[in-house]
Design a protein around this ligand. Structure first.
Ligand SMILES: C[S@@+](CC[C@H](N)C(=O)[O-])C[C@H]1O[C@@H](n2cnc3c(N)ncnc32)[C@H](O)[C@@H]1O
Ligand code: SF4
Length: 398
């Protein structure tokens, strides 16, 4: 679609945003060795022996970024997240070029967090150090499980030994790193989850993300669903996760995220606090604030189409302004994921809505015991955290 000039987004409107929130950059690298049967991310299997079109893709990313600059003029980037797909399939020299292009075009905060997603088995030791040298400050390793059988059942290309080697290498090369785990896996018992947690925690990870496996539409698991733990077992699993992480000094600061002090993911925090992000790369989503509107953007999803369109200056496949009535729900979909919730003043600053847009629902949710309020702060109660989607649904437009 044709890009509109920045004047279009600066025109008057009914929302009154107060200043612009922090700006992050998301870069999507869409290839994997193989498509996992549960995955609905924009990831595409590399076909047998064919090399990744790294240079062509980097050229497209640079063109995309260059064409996006007028929308973020004068703003600094607080964090970069290179996600996928499997970004660690890219050569460290390519990541080096990517970050050089980013730095040449956009001012990065001096201590900007730069995360790269890596999969076990898609690298050797030297690659990790080379990613660090290229300017990556934080590695996020997609472990999922350390159990060979569980890994096979969820179609992963790596085994437990490769997962352990990857985490050990990350802890050597990076001051801060994350382990991604999933639970409620096909056939998983409480004891097996405990073993996974024990192995993850033995590495003393500064950050742990633990997701409940969900069967997403249009995935191989949706077509042929595996047998999964029932709700009771899944809830016992969550209790176990809470207990084990707490004793190891990790704090659950978001539904699925646990961190030691000083190691929360600044990039994801910016999403959850309804900050801005420029999203470049195939299928990447973005959100940008202007004085009177919030804009959401999407790039072309197919890598080949994206590369062609981005080079022609047309990386965007769709964009829309978030409607006034949808803003409270969109805000809560993010902010209520945080254990510590949000400040009413931040809601006003980032949505441009008056607090009256929220008051009746806040009162109703508090009366139901789903929310707690302390001065200007609003946070989900323990019950609200357990029934988060019910709580969030209260903010849907009527
Ligand atoms: C962007 S994904 C992919 C990262 C990396 N390519 C990998 O697979 O290891 C980030 C994380 O989302 C989680 N995830 C992906 N699909 C999921 C699903 N269907 N249910 C729950 N978690 C999922 C996994 O833990 C994964 O590591
Ligand atoms: S490796 Fe990660 S992004 Fe790729 S298909 Fe598997 S889950 Fe999806």
């Amino acid at each position: 679609m044709k890009r509109q000039g920045v004047e279009h987004f600066l025109r008057p409107g009914t929302l009154q945003l107060q200043g612009q929130p922090p700006l992050s950059l998301y870069v999507h690298l869409p290839w994997c060795l193989k498509k996992c049967p549960y995955c609905d991310f924009n990831s595409h299997a590399v076909t047998g022996g064919v090399a990744l079109p790294e240079v062509a893709y980097l050229d497209a990313l640079r063109a995309d970024l260059q064409a996006s600059l007028p929308l973020v003029w004068g703003r600094r980037i607080v964090s970069v997240f290179i996600g996928g797909g499997t970004p660690s399939l890219f050569d460290p020299a390519s990541i080096d070029r990517l970050l050089a292009d980013v730095r040449a075009l956009l001012p990065l905060e001096p201590l900007a967090e730069v995360t790269l997603e890596a999969n076990p088995g898609s690298f050797e030791r030297d690659r990790f150090k080379a990613f660090r040298a290229a300017g990556v400050t934080r590695l996020s390793i997609g472990v999922q499980s350390f159990d060979d059988k569980a890994l096979q059942r969820i179609g992963r290309v790596h085994d437990g030994a490769q997962a352990r080697a990857a985490v050990a290498e990350a802890s050597q090369a990076f001051e801060t790193f994350n382990i991604d785990l999933m639970y409620a896996l096909p056939g998983q018992s409480l004891a097996q989850l405990q073993a996974d947690l024990a192995q993850a925690l033995a590495f003393q990870p500064p950050h742990l993300s633990i997701y409940h496996l969900t069967v997403e539409p249009n995935t191989a698991f949706a077509l042929a669903p595996p047998s999964l733990p029932d709700e009771d077992l899944a809830s016992q699993m969550l209790d176990l996760i809470s207990a084990c992480t707490t004793t190891q000094g990790l704090q659950r600061y978001e539904v699925s995220a646990f961190a030691r002090p000083g190691h929360r993911c600044r990039h994801n925090l910016n999403y959850w606090q309804f900050g801005d992000y420029l999203g470049i790369g195939a299928g990447a989503h973005g959100k940008l604030s202007f004085p009177h509107r919030v804009l959401r953007t999407v790039r072309w999803r197919e890598p080949a189409a994206y590369m062609k369109q981005a080079l022609a200056g047309n990386a965007l496949s769709a964009q829309h302004e978030v409607q006034r009535d949808d803003l409270p729900f969109e805000y809560m979909m993010n902010a209520l994921r945080l254990r510590n919730g949000f400040l009413v003043a931040d809601f006003q600053a980032r949505t441009g809505l008056p607090v009256s847009a929220l008051q009746a629902t806040l009162d109703a949710a508090q009366a139901k015991g789903l929310l707690e309020r302390e001065g200007d702060r609003v946070r989900p109660s323990a019950r609200g955290f357990d029934f988060l989607s019910d709580l969030q649904a209260m903010f849907l437009p009527r």
